[in-house]
Write a protein that binds this ligand. Structure first.
Ligand SMILES: Cc1ncc(COP(=O)(O)O)c(C=O)c1O
Length: 482
């Protein structure tokens, strides 16, 4: 595709942008049980207007745009108080959970370089349920991830397994509040105690749950302690673009005090241009996301968040009860918030997900890993609450339909043909063979996903990852026409 010779009209631009949406997941109607955090039309309008009104201001230089600094300090301060931090807690606004986690890992690595001079190969200990963003941070930052099993029934971190994995190279322990896959809070109090005993840092990943869990607790849910009240917790990441309903590009990273936060910062005046001094990964950045987050917190307010929580909590309880009652479905762990997952011992969950798609629902398949079997994940959003009964009725019907579809036949064939291969063996031929077994032709997006999910599920993890990289490498490419 080339840049058009003559610029388009505003109408042409927006017509085309609208057309692009045609095949997107139908989030607007509340039928999407992942990815979108929708507070409803009125709040959405306010947040979008706030975002756009600050789109052009540059958050790079707080002396040029004190408005961005003011909004960031307001938002971070609200986040710190929300997590029961005292006046020493400091933090920054970031573009998302991954960036917040990246910064926490960098701070821990660089803190250890100064305080633990003997450590040349820093390690962090991750329960297998910790978000993949930690392994991404590890791979970007040269920190070794040590992955330990979680409790196979509750899917909470196993503190003894974490303790056993500590070595002289350990720089960071990690717990989640909540974990994405199963929606549960790790035993943060015990992890905090362990961190203190061993003089280690402890990061709590509250990207998904940090914000709304406070309201779940206020409504009487038995939420385990996870915030700055827990001794030993040294940093917390908490996203605003998830359950604080800010526009995407909004998260916070908070530290117990600025002695630790300083290791996340970066300065460079070792070149011919302006001095670069960045608290976070991004440099030039729109102030729009900060304005959107500030607007979300002010417009929805504490009372609004409590009401939203009441609605999603009741809906979650209803779904949990329905899954418990369904003979073919098995809840994984007991959710502490409004995210949950369920598996099946008798029906392919991948087929259930595809069947649900036929009924215009998006539910998220998750592959088997460690103690967690393949399953379906649901995030329960305010806009989805009115759909709970309809969704559960369809889930029942789709489970019945999925039972009749062929499944489980690919896995042994895949394991036999590819199970022994290492990622380096994934030549073009092998790659094409795998795609063919999954029923995928070319590099387009497949309609049904059950086969590809079954193939991925059956492959050893390194080969799975390699296959996905190859696939992604094909997906982002120049369009054929124009
Ligand atoms: C628990 C948890 N941590 C981290 C992340 C990563 O956040 P992001 O996708 O905003 O980078 C997620 C995303 O869902 C999450 O659920």
């Amino acid at each position: 595709m080339q840049i058009p010779k003559r610029g388009w009209s505003r109408e042409q631009v927006f017509e085309q942008l609208e057309r692009f949406r045609e095949n997107d997941t139908p989030w607007r109607e509340g039928r999407t049980w992942a990815y979108v955090y929708d507070p409803g039309r009125e709040a959405e309008g306010v947040i979008k207007d706030a975002f756009v009104s600050y789109l052009s201001e540059n958050g790079l230089d707080p002396t040029a745009f004190p408005s961005a600094l003011q909004m960031e300090n307001d938002v971070v301060s609200m986040a710190a108080r929300h997590l029961n931090g005292d006046a020493d807690v400091v933090g920054n606004f970031t573009s998302g959970g991954t960036e917040s986690i990246m910064l926490a890992v960098k701070a821990a690595r660089d803190w250890a370089r100064e305080h633990r001079r003997g450590i040349h190969e820093p390690e962090m200990i991750l329960p297998e349920t910790a978000h993949a963003a930690f392994q991404k941070a590890a791979s970007y930052l040269g920190v070794k991830p040590i992955i330990v099993s979680a409790d196979p029934d509750s899917f909470r971190a196993d503190v003894n397994a974490v303790r056993d994995a500590i070595t002289d190279n350990t720089v960071l322990l990690v717990g989640s509040a909540i974990s994405y896959a199963h929606g549960v809070v790790d035993p943060i109090r015990e992890l905090g105690q362990l961190a203190q005993e061993r003089d280690l840092l402890l990061h709590v990943d509250g990207c998904m749950g940090g914000f709304l869990l406070q309201y779940f607790a206020r409504l009487g849910a038995p939420v385990p302690d996870y915030d700055f009240r827990v001794p030993g917790v040294t940093s917390i990441s908490m996203d605003l673009h998830k359950y604080a309903f800010a526009a995407k590009g909004a998260s916070t990273i908070l530290y117990r005090d600025k002695k630790l936060r300083k290791y996340q910062m970066y300065a460079c005046s070792n070149w011919t241009g302006y001095t670069v001094i960045n608290p976070t990964v991004q440099s030039t950045k729109s102030a729009g996301p900060i304005a959107g987050a500030w607007a979300a917190m002010h417009f929805i307010g504490d009372d609004g968040y409590l009401e939203i929580t009441r609605a999603v909590k009741d809906a979650t309880d209803e779904i949990v009860a329905a899954v418990d009652a369904a003979p073919d479905l098995r809840l994984l762990g007991r959710p502490d918030m409004n995210l949950l997952s369920f598996a099946s011992d008798s029906v392919s969950v991948f087929h259930i997900a595809d069947e649900m798609k036929e009924h215009n629902w998006y539910v998220q398949p998750q592959l088997a890993y460690g103690s967690s079997p393949e399953n379906i994940h649901l995030s329960i959003n305010p806009e989805s609450v009115r759909w709970v009964d309809a969704m559960l009725a369809d889930l029942h019907e789709c489970t019945e339909k999925a039972r009749l579809l062929p499944s489980g036949e690919l896995a042994p064939k895949i394991q036999e043909a590819f199970g022994h291969l290492s990622p380096e063996d994934l030549t073009e031929d092998v790659y094409q063979g795998l795609l063919a077994m999954a029923g995928i032709q070319g590099s387009g997006l497949p309609g049904r996903m059950a086969e590809i999910n079954e193939v991925l599920n059956a492959l050893p993890v390194p080969l799975r990852e390699r296959l996905l990289v190859e696939y992604l490498n094909e997906l982002f490419r120049q369009p054929e026409s124009g």
